[in-house]
Design a protein around this ligand. Structure first.
Ligand SMILES: *[C@@H]1O[C@H](CO)[C@@H](O)[C@H](O)[C@H]1NC(C)=O
Ligand SMILES: *[C@@H]1O[C@H](CO)[C@@H](O)[C@H](O)[C@H]1NC(C)=O
Ligand SMILES: *[C@@H]1O[C@H](CO)[C@@H](O)[C@H](O)[C@H]1NC(C)=O
Length: 160
């Protein structure tokens, strides 16, 4: 698991076209998350998204991070594996969006870390425990869970 996360972090960090330009708000946000999240990974993910790059404050970055997570979950749902778990994840992310828009940042952060980020892991367990004992979308699941975790921690910055 730890190894899988490391591989994905590396893959994302060296993906071409990311982190070009970036923004000072993204950089400041990622600097605040530093011991928790590798700075280059954080900047790379957010700088690849036009809405995050255009954000003028941490709230805008958080909003973009929730959308990045949602977009990724939608694309995984289209793979039609674990449709139910990903359907639940998207419902949970819709709740997160409502909390965020209402300024309930700690509710939003908790919802995404306790609920949305757990659904991809449920999918992993379900597939590994199934007859095939293998999970063709393990990387997708890990990435979805990591993105949800990052979004949750950005939301947490807004609590204070
Ligand atoms: C943000 O940080 C990245 C990499 O750490 C750097 O390349 C970029 O110039 C910085 N952008 C701004 C606007 O500070
Ligand atoms: C995120 O998605 C919502 C709902 O689709 C949209 O209203 C909002 O503008 C988006 N925000 C960012 C920062 O992308
Ligand atoms: C997770 O969110 C979904 C969608 O809103 C909800 O139906 C479910 O009850 C939540 N689960 C937990 C454990 O909070």
């Amino acid at each position: 698991m730890v190894q899988a996360i490391t591989i994905i972090l590396l893959a994302v960090a060296i993906a071409p076209g990311l982190a070009v330009g970036g923004s000072s708000v993204i950089n400041a946000t990622c600097a605040q998350l530093k011991p928790l999240w590798p700075y280059d990974y954080c900047v790379g993910v957010l700088s690849g998204d036009p809405a995050a790059t255009a954000a003028t404050d941490v709230r805008g970055v958080a909003s973009a991070a929730v959308n990045i997570t949602t977009t990724k979950a939608v694309s995984t749902l289209r793979l039609s594996t674990c449709r139910e778990y990903y359907g639940n994840m998207l419902q949970s992310l819709a709740d997160v969006r409502v909390d965020l828009d209402a300024g309930r940042f700690s509710d939003a952060s908790f919802e995404i870390s306790a609920n949305a980020s757990a659904r991809p892991m449920d999918c992993d367990i379900y597939l590994f425990e199934g007859n095939a004992h293998k999970d063709p979308i393990q990387q997708e699941n890990t990435e979805n869970s990591i993105l949800a975790g990052l979004a949750s921690d950005i939301l947490r910055l807004l609590e204070s």
